[in-house]
Design a binder for this molecule. Structure first.
Ligand SMILES: Cc1cc2nc3c(=O)[nH]c(=O)nc-3n(C[C@H](O)[C@H](O)[C@H](O)COP(=O)(O)OP(=O)(O)OC[C@H]3O[C@@H](n4cnc5c(N)ncnc54)[C@H](O)[C@@H]3O)c2cc1C
Length: 288
């Protein structure tokens, strides 16, 4: 295999111009924690590596016009530590803090996690439940794509060959709407999730759950919303019969497969367990 050529543009415009001139000839790379592993395993052979680490401000996080805006180059370590992310999307901060190891979290980025389009990508279920959008920038400007429409299958997204993922945004809801993330993985093996569940909801003073969103990772070809489960929880108070009905619903809605990492029945069962943990975190958090 010939070594790929390499470019490290100093501006986003420069990166986009290189990509526009030769879309098939450049593969974006940021942390390299997915791409370099795939290259080493012979699963990817890029002709050129377009290194995005030299673009100033590409990983900035800010709050503007009622939205939290996160640059695609934000590392998982930065997301986990950022006070704005922890306030407005605690599920995302928690998911980022559980990814891989400290080394992976220091290199791996939000943009890479999204563009890689793994059904087990840990940042995606939290982004589903906070109603995030992904910014794609290409020669014709920026378009915002709802996160639920971004991945079209394992390893596939709606990103065009001349686009870069440049940012993610979601409403800055403060602590009004709580969110939580739970995952099951093999920690010692630094393995990706076997199942993950994210939940967001507003909890009224009497414990009634409102604006409930539930998303499941690693149990379908892409991350999915669990709308039947949301329907069970919406307007209900967590506990007893409601908890049982919600766990039954989430097990029905999961569409897992059996693979090397876990069996279908086990994954389905664990969806219920993780849902219980996530909703309990939200309900408990609303009391503190
Ligand atoms: C040991 C290990 C443990 C891991 N654990 C986890 C885990 O627990 N949870 C999890 O979700 N993931 C995990 N991963 C996967 C990986 O670390 C993450 O997906 C990470 O977020 C990838 O980001 P990156 O910047 O390194 O992407 P890269 O490897 O640089 O790129 C990944 C893909 O995205 C594309 N890309 C990158 N940036 C952009 C951009 N801005 N615009 C367009 N395309 C882009 C690249 O072309 C490539 O196809 C693990 C990986 C390893 C090696």
């Amino acid at each position: 295999m010939t070594a790929p050529r390499f470019a490290r543009p100093r501006t986003l415009d420069e990166a986009l111009a290189l990509l526009a001139a030769d879309p098939e000839g450049w593969t974006p790379v940021h942390g390299g924690t997915d791409l370099l592993v795939r290259m080493r395993m012979g699963m990817a052979a890029p002709r050129g590596l377009l290194d995005l680490t030299g673009i100033p401000g590409f990983g900035d996080i800010r709050v503007e016009d009622g939205q939290v805006v996160i640059g695609a180059g934000a590392t998982h370590a930065a997301l986990a530590a950022d006070e704005r992310v922890r306030t407005h999307a605690p599920a995302l901060a928690r998911a980022a803090g559980l990814i891989g190891s400290p080394a992976i979290r220091n290199r791996g980025t939000l943009g890479g996690n999204l563009a890689n389009a793994s059904p087990a990508a840990d940042t995606v279920p939290p982004l589903f439940v906070v109603g995030a959008e992904v910014a794609l920038r290409g020669p014709d400007g920026v378009r915002w794509v709802p996160i639920e429409d971004f991945a079209s299958g394992p390893g596939r997204t709606v990103r065009g060959a001349t686009d870069l993922v440049v940012a993610v945004r979601f409403p800055a809801q403060g602590r009004e709407v709580r969110s939580a993330f739970e995952r099951l993985g093999t920690r010692k093996a630094l393995a990706i999730s076997k199942v993950s569940v994210a939940v967001a909801a507003r909890v009224e003073a009497d414990g009634t759950l409102r604006e409930v969103r539930v998303a499941l990772g690693a149990v379908a070809p892409t991350v999915i919303r669990a709308r039947e489960t949301e329907g069970v929880l919406e307007g209900a108070v967590w506990g007893g019969e409601v908890a049982r009905a919600a766990c039954d619903a989430v097990r029905r809605e999961a569409r897992p497969i059996t693979d090397l990492r876990a069996g279908e029945a086990y994954r389905r069962e664990m969806c219920g367990v993780l849902l219980e943990r996530a909703v309990a975190t939200i309900v408990d958090g609303s009391r503190s």
